[in-house]
Design a protein around this ligand. Structure first.
Ligand SMILES: Cc1cc2nc3c(=O)[nH]c(=O)nc-3n(C[C@H](O)[C@H](O)[C@H](O)COP(=O)(O)O)c2cc1C
Length: 405
């Protein structure tokens, strides 16, 4: 079940971060949503209404008292039309107007009139953000269950550094998924592992693999968007934490095992998407191994010892918990996966064909087989990892209905 297309009203206020709004519109449209824009007169100084009109294919509403604009779709109908209202960027000024219910302009009036959830992406100078007036306004809005994304910390357009950067369009879109998601996994707690592990050789060297973590992160994001609580145990990966996810970073397989076992008690569904090294160097040298200390003829011999099989270990005592494993196969994918699921004892095995250039490790797409212990095999053709994640979760929901907690 990928997300239903919805109607999103994007209200834009007068901050420099408005330059990111056309990109945000595009990303929301790529998710299938219908987007309309309403902007303040200050916002029109930062982003061209014509650009937004061309991108959305709809009149950009700005003036509450313009008879032609108000005649086409009046501000109350616009407020009613939306399934979700986004305020991005949200100025200090609009936070003040929202918190006090001021409706002297079109954006203020729509924000007061709408019954849809509101998502606010603040953007301002760090001192404006930290000002007690802004903080008091935020407190009022939080108490009214207005949703927020960001702001982030970093270099600000005004030259200051600190909190106040508008969340990136991808982060806003991720939060939209959370707000508009199906909520079909409310009450479930996921423990998801992702990324490769790094097995230390000495103080600076390690053995790792090419896993990017993208599949596990897409699963975490999808589970949150369906209302689940998610703990993501991340190995080696450069990916940002999906909104609403608790993340624990680890390096080696042994560390991953420790964290997984510590978190297992609260998990109702475990998905082991990490590429955990089967072997690690038997000895980890405390200092960097010096080249000069080695005999050039003999080279360096590493003895590798087997890592614990975390998937088999947690499957052995899973009880009512659902356990989903991943397998990376380069030949005879389905037969290997059928053998593996018997050996591991999990409820579902997702098998990647890593011999394909467009699937498996370190790419944005994947094509997998879903294999069950009774020998059922379903092929999911090449799709984005986000779409694959949605299909895996559909299957998990089906299994959960067959095997309730
Ligand atoms: C160059 C420039 C950049 C601005 N950037 C911001 C900003 O990032 N955040 C903010 O809260 N206000 C910013 N302001 C101030 C707002 O534009 C001003 O408070 C305005 O009244 C906001 O109106 P609105 O909330 O109706 O859009 C900026 C002003 C200027 C001149």
């Amino acid at each position: 079940m990928t997300m239903e297309p919805r109607r999103i009203l994007l209200t834009v206020t007068g901050g420099i971060a408005a330059y990111k709004v056309p990109e945000l519109v595009r990303q929301l449209q790529r998710e299938g949503h219908e987007v309309r824009c309403a902007i303040t007169s200050a916002a029109a100084r930062f982003v061209a209404p014509l650009s937004l009109q061309v991108l959305t294919g709809a009149t950009v509403r700005q003036d509450l008292f313009d008879p032609s604009e108000e005649g086409e779709i009046d501000h109350i109908r616009l407020a009613d039309w939306a399934d979700l209202v986004i305020v991005a960027p949200a100025t200090a000024n609009v936070l003040g107007r929202m918190s006090h219910g001021l409706a002297e302009d079109l954006v203020g009036a729509v924000l007061l009139a709408t019954q849809a959830p509101i998502l606010v992406a603040p953007a301002m100078n760090v001192n404006m953000w930290n000002h007690p007036a802004t903080q008091a306004n935020l407190e009022l809005l939080h108490a009214r269950e207005v949703n927020f994304v960001g702001p982030g910390v970093g270099e600000l357009a005004c030259g200051w550094e600190g909190e106040g950067r508008m969340a990136e369009p991808e982060q806003i879109v991720a939060q939209v998924r959370v707000l508009l998601g199906s909520k079909s996994l409310v009450g479930e707690t996921f423990l998801i592992t992702a990324g490769g592990t790094s097995e230390p050789i000495d103080a600076v060297r390690s053995i790792t693999n090419r896993s990017s973590g993208k599949m596990g992160f897409a699963l975490a994001e999808a589970a949150v968007s369906r209302g689940a609580k998610v703990c993501l145990v991340a190995g080696v990966t450069a990916l940002p934490t999906p909104a609403g996810v608790e993340r624990v970073d680890v390096e080696s397989a042994l560390e991953m095992r420790d964290v997984v076992l510590a978190k297992l008690g609260s998990a109702s569904i475990v998905i082991k998407a990490a590429a955990v090294a089967d072997f690690r160097p038997e000895v980890r040298e405390e200092k960097k191994i010096k080249k000069e200390s080695l005999d050039p003829q003999a080279g360096l011999t590493l003895r590798l010892v087997e890592n614990p099989d975390i998937l088999a270990e947690i499957s052995a005592s899973k009880g009512s918990r659902l356990v989903v494993g991943f397998a990376a196969e380069s030949e005879d994918v389905v037969q290997s996966a059928l053998r593996k699921i018997k050996k591991k004892g999990c409820d579902l095995l997702v098998a990647n064909d890593i011999s394909r250039a467009d699937a498996g490790f370190n790419v944005d797409t994947n094509s997998v087989y879903l294999v069950t212990p009774d020998g059922e095999v379903e092929e999911i053709p090449l799709l984005s990892k986000r779409e694959i994640a949605a299909q895996i979760l559909d299957r998990v929901e089906k299994l959960r209905n067959e095997k309730p907690c």
